[in-house]
Design a protein around this ligand. Structure first.
Ligand SMILES: NC(=O)c1ccc[n+]([C@@H]2O[C@H](COP(=O)([O-])OP(=O)(O)OC[C@H]3O[C@@H](n4cnc5c(N)ncnc54)[C@H](O)[C@@H]3O)[C@@H](O)[C@H]2O)c1
Length: 266
């Protein structure tokens, strides 16, 4: 499948983990991908592998985000797809979550997506084929699995996605005297996915097998499981899908077996 031939995509946090799998999938399907990541060195090597563009970018900083999108537009002259993939989970018991700890999760995870959407929107709206935004939420935003700050930020992304879908669909644009095909906004909500956010911590890595047993599919997810869903929602195969929340979670939210990430035990 080459669903993104001649299209330009920006993937935030595209240097590692789920973002990296998304970059590879979109590139395999024909997109030119800008890898926007704090980790500029790894972004460079990923971009080189896929023939894309590396941009050192901090979604926590509006001027950095604005500069990243200006670079993409200057280089390619168009934008088709934005994937808001950055998410930060600061595992801290709620009682110890002060304002600074709360913001360390909520700012990059939720406000970072707002900054990227605002920087991307004029270009997505100007796209004659319509634009698409896919944000990476989490099952933590749908149900109580633990870590309130991260979970609240992910729940906020769901509301943001639904509000944007209404506001920037062609019907609302027409009502505001604007034309155009508009922009679709969707959210993928992964369950546990084997990335360094699990494997770099010995205690968490050893919990992965235990966690997998709660999943109806009998395993945790791989980054490619998420990338496949993102590519679907970003593509014209999902032309009539907007404002949707797609759990890609091995069935965990269907059964919610009551496991909670107990950070106090880690
Ligand atoms: N791994 C899981 O189990 C899981 C489950 C549900 C949802 N998610 C979500 O999937 C997304 C990716 O998670 P992952 O596990 O692949 O993480 P990861 O740590 O492997 O990768 C995150 C990437 O984001 C980049 N990044 C971090 N802060 C940034 C910032 N301020 N600006 C720009 N780039 C920044 C990092 O450099 C890294 O490349 C996140 O939104 C996460 O919340 C992950």
């Amino acid at each position: 499948m080459r669903r993104f031939e001649d299209e330009v995509a920006v993937v935030t946090g595209g240097a590692h983990g789920i973002g990296l799998a998304i970059v590879r999938r979109l590139a395999e399907e024909g997109a030119v991908v800008a890898v926007a990541d704090l980790d500029g060195a790894v972004a460079e090597s990923v971009a080189a592998q896929v023939g894309g563009l590396a941009i050192t970018c901090d979604v926590g900083d509006r001027s950095s985000v604005d500069a990243a999108f200006a670079t993409v537009l200057h280089r390619y002259g168009r934008l088709d797809v934005l994937v808001n993939n950055v998410g930060v989970c600061v595992l801290t018991p709620f009682e110890q979550t002060d304002d600074e700890v709360w913001q360390r999760s909520v700012d990059p995870t939720l406000t970072g997506a707002v900054r990227c959407i605002q920087a991307a929107l004029p270009h997505l709206l100007a796209n004659p084929a319509g634009g698409s935004v896919v944000s990476i939420g989490s099952v933590n935003g749908l149900m109580a699995f633990g870590d309130p700050a991260y979970s609240a930020a992910k729940a906020g992304l769901q509301s943001l996605t639904q509000n944007m879908a209404g506001r920037y669909g062609p019907q609302a644009l027409r009502a505001r005297g604007q034309g155009g095909p508009g922009v679709r906004f969707n959210l993928v909500a992964p369950g546990t996915v084997r990335t360094r956010s699990w494997t770099s911590d010995e205690n968490k890595a050893s919990a992965l097998d235990r966690v997998a047993r709660h999943y109806p599919m009998g395993r945790v997810g791989e980054p490619e499981d998420i990338a496949a869903a993102v590519a679907f929602l970003a593509s014209s195969d999902a032309a009539w899908i907007t404002g949707a929340v797609l759990p890609v979670d091995g069935g965990i939210t269907a059964v919610h077996s009551g496991f909670v990430l107990d950070v106090d035990r880690w």
